[in-house]
Design a protein around this ligand. Structure first.
Ligand code: HMG
Ligand code: MG
Length: 316
């Protein structure tokens, strides 16, 4: 049982937001977003206070055509000091592309369920870990930081509920690869705060908090509640979010976008958290992305501010 004073001090740590809109947010968009728009989005997000931006994905262009231009995007973005620019890497070929693009950090990705992993990266979970081992070693030798994603941590779209103890076991194997940090993905957005408590009670004894991020999707509108539970009850202060609530995974049909950055930042600040991100600037980024995304956004704050015509101008 955590001592109350420890929990209080953990809650006071600055919240680290990893902005995944340029990757998770856009990867499933049906209409191709022009490369110049992606670059402008990343440049604008760089000025919002987020510490890390997942700016692209070096996966097979056949799997994710929307992000086939990630090499070009990385060449053109203006890198802000203090911001880490990362990209997904599924295999050796992806690592070569990441190296050529001078990414700061790669993210390998697997899941807690075989059916999802097979569809997503054409490997079993164990097969994916074996594939990642040389990639992680080579990336670290080349001074790139490494994140590992572990998806389907509460429910798999093909296998149903996933036991927290199983998530813990796969997570430990990923940590053993010597990745710098791990993001636990609630990929299909069906979890409730009680699911998140059951998961965190099981995994937290096995991972340092400084290495853990949580990645919530918002299909059932529970993502903000889940993140607030993780922050308030466990002192977790690292979250992946996507501006505008965009997002989705080709291997998780029916799942909605990620938790909207602006909504989570607003909710955390309103609850007393220390979040060094300007949610109004995030809303401005979403507006700038504008008509390139031809469907309503899953972001309360963006909708409210746009209705009231209160969106601030972009900072130059
Ligand atoms: P495969 O078919 O087994 O691979 O796919 P392959 O090695 O046989 O290659 C097939 C073709 O892709 C070949 O081209 C390769 O050259 C090419 P062809 O000869 O047919 O013309 N290829 C590549 N091209 C460019 N860059 C590469 C690359 N690799 C192969 N890196 C593979 C295996 C892993 C490549 C494929 O399944 C893949 O790319 N999957 C990625 C799927 C994906 O991006 N899913 C979404 C991200 S995961 C997610 O969203 C969850 C997350 O957000 C967390 C959460 O929410 O839970 C992270
Ligand atoms: Mg995701």
């Amino acid at each position: 049982m955590m001592v109350q004073a420890d929990l209080h001090s953990r809650r006071q740590s600055p919240v680290r937001i990893t902005e995944v809109c340029p990757r998770d947010g856009l990867q499933h968009e049906p209409e191709f977003i022009p490369t110049t728009r992606k670059i402008a989005l990343i440049n604008a997000l760089s000025r919002t206070g987020v510490v890390e931006i997942e700016a692209g994905s070096f996966v097979s262009p056949a799997a994710v055509p929307q992000l086939a231009d990630s090499d070009e995007v990385f060449r053109a973005i203006e890198r802000a000091s203090g911001v880490i620019y990362s990209a997904l890497v599924p295999n050796e070929r992806g690592l070569e592309r990441a190296r050529a693009a001078a990414v700061d950090k790669i993210a390998v990705f697997t899941a807690a369920s075989d059916s999802f992993t097979q569809r997503n990266i054409n490997a079993t979970v164990l097969g994916s870990l074996a594939r990642f081992k040389p990639i992680v070693t080579a990336a670290k030798r080349d001074r790139m930081a490494v994140r590992a994603y572990l998806s389907t941590v509460v429910c798999c779209p093909y296998e149903g509920r996933v036991a927290p103890a199983h998530v813990r076991d796969v997570m430990k194997r990923l940590l053993d690869l010597d990745v710098d940090d791990i993001s636990l993905g609630e990929t299909i957005g069906t979890a409730s705060p009680s699911d998140i408590r059951a998961l965190l009670d099981t995994v937290l004894p096995h991972v340092e908090l400084a290495r853990l991020s949580l990645h919530f999707h918002d299909t059932y509108g529970m993502a903000v509640a889940n993140a607030l539970t993780a922050w308030w009850d466990y002192g977790i202060t690292a979250f992946d979010c996507s501006a505008g609530g965009l997002g989705g995974c080709p291997s998780a049909p029916g799942a909605s976008g990620n938790v909207a950055t602006e909504d989570l930042v607003f909710a955390l600040k309103a609850s007393g958290a220390n979040v060094p991100v300007d949610e109004l600037l995030v809303v401005a980024c979403v507006r700038q992305l504008g008509e390139a995304v031809r469907h309503p956004l899953n972001s309360r704050l963006s909708q409210v501010l746009q209705l009231q015509n209160l969106v601030p101008a972009q900072k130059r």
